[in-house]
Write a protein that binds this ligand. Sequence first.
Ligand SMILES: Cc1cc2nc3c(=O)[nH]c(=O)nc-3n(C[C@H](O)[C@H](O)[C@H](O)COP(=O)(O)OP(=O)(O)OC[C@H]3O[C@@H](n4cnc5c(N)ncnc54)[C@H](O)[C@@H]3O)c2cc1C
Length: 545
Amino acid sequence: MGFLQTAPQLPHPWRSERLLHALLDRALPAARRAALEADLDALGDYALMAWQRAAVSTRCKPVLTQWDAWGRRVDRIELTTAWQEGPHITTRHAVLAAGHEHHEHARLEEFTRVYLYHVASEFYTCPLAMTDGAATALKASGNHALIERALPHFLSRDAATFWLSGQWMTETHGGSDVGNTETVARQDADGQWRLHGRKWFSSAVVGEAALALARPEGAGHGSGALALFYVETMDGAQRKPELVIDRLKDKLGTQELPTAEIHLDGLPAWPLGELANGVRQVAPMLNVTRTWNAVCAVASMARAIALARDYAERRQAFGRPLVEQPLHAQTLADMQAEFEGAFALAFEVAQLLGRVEHGSAAPHEAALLRLLTPLAKLWTGKLAVRLCSEALECFGGQGYIEDTGLPQLLRDAQVYAIWEGTTNVLSLDALRALAGDGPGALRTAVAAWLQGGDPHAAFAIDAALDAAASHLDAPSTDRATLEAGARGLALTLARSAAAALLARQAAWAQARGDTRPTAALRRFLGHGLLRLADIGMDDTSLLLG
Ligand SMILES: Cc1cc2nc3c(=O)[nH]c(=O)nc-3n(C[C@H](O)[C@H](O)[C@H](O)COP(=O)(O)OP(=O)(O)OC[C@H]3O[C@@H](n4cnc5c(N)ncnc54)[C@H](O)[C@@H]3O)c2cc1C
C-alpha cells in the first residue's frame, strides 16, 4: 500500500482552549475560576470522546414511527446516542442550572459549558437554548404557578426530572413575521385554554413542554393580538393525543436534531400573562436563544479551526508541512483573527446578560445588551459559515468527503444565520436598538474597553463608529435607505465592538507576556471594520423583470 495520510486529531477541547482560559482568568474571581476546573475538564473529555466516537461510527438520524403494528398512533422518535446522553450531560454539568444561579457570573459560567458541549451534543443545545429561554421568559412573566410548575424541571440537576421546552412560533405563513400566526387559542366551558393549529418548525418535539404563540379566539389581527401560552406535551410516558407529529423535516444540516411539523388539536395551554402582546412576552426567550446561537456559532468555528490547524502540521505539500507554507499559514491566521473577534463579542454578550439579570450592570449596560445581542447573533452566524467553508478547503479534497466528519461542520453552520431571526431580520432589530440608547451605550462601552490599549486600534475603531453614526444620522436618509443599509451598518458595529474587545484582551494579555491577542487584533483591524453600503447601493432596479 502507498502513502496513507494521518487523520486530523482534535486537541482536548478544554485543555487546549487558550481563549476560554484567558477569558475566565480575566473575568472570574480566582475561587470561582478554580471551582470550575474539574467540571470543564470533564466536559472537554466528553467532547473529545464524542469526536473520536463519531470517527468510528455510522452517522444516524432520528427516526419517527407514527403508527405501531396494531394501528395505534404512537409518534415515537428514536434519537442518536448523543441525544440520549443529552439529559445526563446537561444535568451532571448543570449546563442550564448554572445560568440561573444568583450571581453576576452565572451566565458566563453557563455559556462556558455550552461552548465546550455544543458540537459534541449534536445540536441538543438547540432545545437546551429554548429551555433556557423558556425559563427566562417564565421568570420575567411573574406567573408564579407556572414558574413553580416548570422551572424545577427546566433547571433540574437530575436527568430523571429534567424537561426540555420548545419554542413554537414559526408557522407556514409566518416565521420572521409572526403576525401571520394562524394558531387559535379557544377557551372551554370550564375555562381551560386549548390550542388549535399547525406549527411548521418544532425543534424540541421530544420535549415535555413548550411556549407557543397563538391568537385568542376573537382577538384582532396582527402581532399585538397574539398571546404566549405554556403547554405540556406528555401524559406520563405517552405523548398527549392533542399533539400530532406530522413528519420530521429533511434538512441540509443539524440532522441529528429532530425538527418536526406538528398539529395542535386542542392541546391544553396556560397563558403566561395578559392575553395579548405575546411577542413582547417571548422577547426574553429570544434574547437568550440568540446568545446561545452566537456562542454555538463560535464553538463551531473553534472546532473547524482546531482541526485545520492540526492538519496543517500533519499534511505535507511541496516538501514541507502546510503550516510552513507562508500562504497557508496566512490563511489560518486570518481565520483565527476573525474567530477571536467573534469569540470576544459572543462572550461579552453572555457576561452582560449575567450582569443585567443579576442587577449588577452599569447604567448603560442594559441598552448595550439590547444592541449587542442581535449584532453578535447576526455576525457570528454569517462568520461561522465562512470560516467552516474555509476550514474545509484547508483539507483539500478530503474536506469534501463525508466520513471525515468535516462537511457536517459546514452544513450545520448554515443554520446559525437562519433560525432565531435571519441576518436581515436581526439587522432591522439592531436598527430599533439604535433608535434608543444603543449608540450612546456602545460609545461608552467602547471607550472603557479601549482604555490603556493600542492607540492605533482606538483610532480605527473610533473612525468606524463615526462613519456608522454619519450613516445612521444622515439627514437625507429615508426609511427605505436606512433599511437597505441595515446589514452593512450592523456588521460595521459588530466588527467595531469586537475590535475594541480584542484591544482590551490584547492589553490584558500583553501585561502577562502573551502577545498573541495583539497579533489577532492587528490582523482583525487589517481586515477592515467598515461594511457600510456605498452610496447608490440601495438602487435595486437590476432586480426588475
Ligand atoms: C433547522 C431549523 C429549526 C427550526 N426550529 C424552530 C423551532 O423550534 N421553533 C420555531 O418557532 N421556529 C423554528 N425554526 C424556524 C426559523 O426560526 C424560521 O425559519 C426563521 O425565523 C425564518 O422565518 P421563515 O422561514 O418564515 O422565513 P421568512 O420570514 O419567509 O424569510 C425569508 C427571507 O426574507 C427575509 N426577510 C423577511 N422579512 C424581511 C424584512 N422585513 N426585511 C428584509 N428581509 C426580510 C429573511 O431574512 C429571509 O432571508 C427553525 C428553522 C430551522 C431551519
